[in-house]
Design a protein around this ligand. Structure first.
Ligand code: ZN
Length: 318
């Protein structure tokens, strides 16, 4: 089996588990996943054997895919800067990929938001000498016990070494490795801690989990996310880029403006359908039975969030 097949196999298996669980989970209010098949457990387990795929983008920016969210890497004499930390279980694969880029040590880490699949590796990267930068709400959620209802999972406080120490409130500009980086906080969207990172000279934009390229996104209502916030962020993203911009989504392959337009239009369309059904007084199970996402499921339902789960996430916010 090639590494690519292996990667897709683990995703497919993950999907099957999620769907099987979601089909029975509706009996339990507010829980989309059973405890032992929470995406948190499945993703952490998959990360131990995941193949890390390295792709050079433009300038001195690359991306690593395969361990939780996409990881952007800027190399240079000021030390490597990473956007997002992946899952600790992937440390050997991530280390190998980073070493293949250059010998620069990892000195800087930015968390795009607080979720475990973007911050799980914080502690070991900090132990290598990385200073961690994030929105202040990322530190807030990592510092305390945090329940994510949509994942049916409660996270304990992260160890001190995993906590961001350089905090952003609205925006921040950094100059490193000859590049200018513009960090910008979104109004609450996927969570209340989402920030984008723009590599200005290379015209590359990392948009955190406000975009899943080719997949229905998770929306974390437990820490400030909402479907309307997700649509607002998706609309802002479209307005910020040109056809030439390389966009790094939180999940899914590297993409471009037209793919972001398609994602935004899908969110808007399903939101309108679900909202109309809910206004008629239909229950969650009745709305799911009406299949408001059906025309989109083949394209967008192939990862963690299937059509029924996404319908439930939209229903919660309209
Ligand atoms: Zn996330």
């Amino acid at each position: 089996m090639s590494s690519t097949e292996n990667f897709h196999f683990s995703r497919r298996r993950f999907l099957t588990l999620a769907v099987a669980t979601a089909a029975t989970a509706w009996l339990k209010p507010r829980s989309l996943f059973a405890e032992d098949t929470s995406p948190v457990i499945i993703i952490r387990r998959a990360a131990a054997t995941a193949k890390i795929n390295l792709q050079k983008l433009r300038g001195n920016v690359s991306v690593l895919e395969g361990s939780g969210g996409n990881i952007a890497v800027l190399t240079g004499s000021d030390g490597k800067l990473l956007v997002d930390a992946g899952i600790t279980a992937s440390r050997p694969g991530i280390t190998e990929a980073l070493n293949s880029l250059s010998a620069d040590p990892v000195k800087h880490l930015i968390n795009s938001h607080w979720h475990f699949d973007h911050t799980d590796g914080n502690e070991w990267l900090h132990s290598l000498g990385a200073e961690i930068t994030a929105h202040e709400n990322t530190r807030k959620h990592l510092s305390t016990t945090t329940r994510v209802e949509g994942w049916n999972f409660t996270f304990p406080p992260a160890p001190t070494g995993a906590l961001p120490t350089k905090l952003i409130v609205t925006d921040e500009t950094l100059h490193l490795n000859g590049a200018t980086l513009a960090l910008k906080h979104y109004e609450p969207a996927h969570t209340d801690s989402d920030i984008s990172v723009e590599f200005v000279d290379a015209d590359i934009l990392h948009v955190a989990d406000t975009w899943w390229n080719g997949y229905y996104p998770f929306i974390d209502y437990s820490t400030g996310g909402s479907i309307d916030g997700a649509i607002r962020a998706a609309t802002e993203n479209v307005a910020r880029v040109t056809e030439k911009t390389i966009v790094i989504p939180g999940h899914g392959p590297i993409g471009n403006k037209s793919q972001m337009v398609e994602f935004r239009d899908m969110l808007v369309s399903i939101r309108e359908k679900v909202s109309a059904l809910k206004k008629q007084g239909r229950s969650l199970n009745e709305v799911i039975a009406a299949k408001p996402s059906t025309e989109y499921d083949a394209k967008w339902g192939g990862f963690v969030i299937d059509g029924n789960t996404f319908t439930a996430l939209v229903y919660a916010g309209v």
